[in-house]
Design a protein around this ligand. Structure first.
Ligand code: ADP
Ligand code: MG
Length: 240
């Protein structure tokens, strides 16, 4: 569904991302995992059209989308939930959700999509008329994802959904992501740590210093230890 070839992104003289190849298959959950500063957000922001790459191509649904505008990409179903969620705290939960449907004219479909996300995220139905700023971190993450669903994504990209959340809350958020995927949504998720992702990932890519150093189907990874060794750069050929 998404195919990235030889992507490079600079910030002035900083080479943030280099030579990145990435495949996201339809209906799968693909992860990019890497430490702080590895270039994860840069990749997602570039795929969403917010940053222009200095090299490389992006194909989405069999079309070259490398230099398309963010709003055009969004209309085609390439939707980003940014790092930090970007909830409007002084607006109600409902109004935050309706912002996701900005620009859509299919009113009946919007109502149906709204019913679907409120069903999936019951806490948002309970708090619908309350201030979004009063939600907990986990609830705000659910709101950010629900708002993105109202943009009708074909591929939903999420930047660090577990950031700042307690382990139990992460489980809840991940359970929602698993359900969305079971309903047919393709996901590209970025995280800093490997420990939570193993149970829901179809493919894991490890990013270090702007480069993908490892890419495997989860079904081909024998254990989380193998993944952690790849993450921390342990190589048994050169290890003492
Ligand atoms: N706006 C920016 N200007 C200059 N350098 C940046 C900017 N944003 C990110 N960087 C640098 O690019 C690299 C990758 O950053 P980022 O994509 O945010 O990493 P991650 O999301 O994996 O933590 C880091 O070295 C970071 O300092
Ligand atoms: Mg980041």
């Amino acid at each position: 569904m998404l195919s990235v070839q030889d992507l490079a992104v600079n910030y002035g003289r900083v080479h943030a991302v280099r030579g990145v190849n990435l495949e996201v298959a339809e209906n799968e959950i693909t992860f990019i995992v890497g430490p702080n500063g590895a270039g994860k957000s840069t990749i997602l922001r570039t795929l969403a059209g917010l940053i222009k790459p200095v090299a490389g191509t992006v194909r989405f649904c069999d079309k070259d989308t490398t230099n398309e505008l963010p709003e055009d990409l969004c209309r085609q179903g390439l939707v980003l939930v940014p790092e930090g969620r970007h909830i409007f705290g002084s607006l109600t939960v409902g109004d935050n959700l309706f912002l996701g449907a900005t620009g859509r004219k299919d009113k009946a479909r919007i109502r149906a999509d709204l019913a679907e996300v409120l069903d999936l995220f019951p806490v948002l139905a309970e708090r619908f008329d309350g201030n979004a700023g009063k939600l907990s971190g986990g609830e705000q993450q659910q709101l950010a994802i629900a708002r993105a669903i109202l943009q009708r994504p074909r591929l939903l990209m999420i930047d660090e959904p577990s950031l700042g959340l307690a382990p139990l809350v992460i489980d809840q958020v991940y359970e929602c992501l698993r359900k969305l995927n079971a309903n047919g949504l393709t996901l590209l998720i970025v995280e800093q740590q490997t420990n939570r992702i193993f149970s829901i990932a179809d493919r894991v890519n490890i990013l270090r210093n702007g480069q993908i150093v490892y890419s495997e189907l989860t079904s081909d990874i024998s254990s989380i230890n193998v993944l952690d060794d790849a993450y921390f750069g342990y190589d048994e050929k050169t290890a003492p």
